[in-house]
Design a protein around this ligand. Structure first.
Ligand SMILES: *[C@@H]1O[C@H](CO)[C@@H](O)[C@H](O)[C@H]1NC(C)=O
Length: 236
């Protein structure tokens, strides 16, 4: 009589233990903020000197990072934009929308993302650079590198050398292979889907796309801006 009951309670205990362990293990393995869900891919196809590109970085992306979205998104910047490559017989040089300075800065950005992978490393540098007064952007490379802990010499070496040329080709090829093709810059793509004119709403798309723990900022009322008040959940 006592035996089955004890077996029963032992089985119940094991089940409880398994449930407890089962519930506990994923929490240990998952990164706290993503809860094991994959990050949302956000890719920016842009060029260094276009005003709306700089504005996207400073007014849309930076506030989002400030609101704790960093860990749930995988951000990439492909610096090429509306540049075009001349015909091979004319040496195949790339011509950028805002001139040769922009071409050099695009290379600097592609080198920064390549040499310092991990958006925590290169993004502060790019944020600094995009915040520069237009005519001082090139002069700000060293200043921004110094401020954000990047190696300015390595950046220049990369941008002016073979590696810079190779990264430029890669950026060109990736930009050219966009489906649908980009129509303007900045062109923002979230998990493969272009946002078109909705760039400023990037944060809402990320909130919806992410399956893990979302930042509090996702729960602001429709119509509110990310930069607005702390989220309120009252029904008023
Ligand atoms: C995000 O990008 C990674 C690699 O770049 C890819 O493996 C993954 O499938 C992408 N996720 C989505 C949802 O597009």
């Amino acid at each position: 009589m006592g035996m089955p009951a004890r077996r029963c309670s032992a089985a119940a205990l094991l089940t409880l233990l398994a449930l407890a362990v089962g519930g506990w293990v994923p929490a240990v393995h998952a990164a706290p903020s993503t809860n094991g869900a994959p990050p949302v891919n956000v890719s920016l196809y842009a060029e260094a000197l276009c005003p709306y590109c700089a504005d996207f970085i400073t007014s849309t992306l930076s506030p989002l990072m400030d609101k704790g979205f960093g860990p749930i998104l995988q951000f990439r910047y492909v610096a090429y934009g509306n540049a075009v490559r001349g015909e091979a017989r004319l040496d195949g040089t790339v011509m950028c929308q805002h001139g040769p300075v922009e071409c050099r800065l695009n290379r600097i950005i592609n080198c920064a993302t390549h040499l310092h992978p991990g958006q925590d490393m290169w993004l502060p540098f790019v944020e600094c650079l995009e915040g520069a007064p237009h005519e001082q952007s090139e002069a700000w490379v060293d200043k921004c590198a110094g401020q954000t802990g990047l190696d300015a010499q390595a950046l220049h070496g990369c941008a002016e050398g073979e590696q810079g040329a190779e990264l430029e080709h890669e950026a060109e090829a990736e930009t050219a292979s966009l489906t649908p093709p980009h129509r303007y810059v900045p062109w923002v793509v979230v998990n493969g889907i272009p946002l078109g004119q909705d760039n400023a709403q990037l944060w809402r798309y990320v909130c919806v796309a992410h399956a893990g723990n979302r930042p509090d900022a996702c729960y602001v009322p429709p119509g509110a801006s990310l930069a607005g008040q702390r989220p309120e959940r009252s029904t008023a």
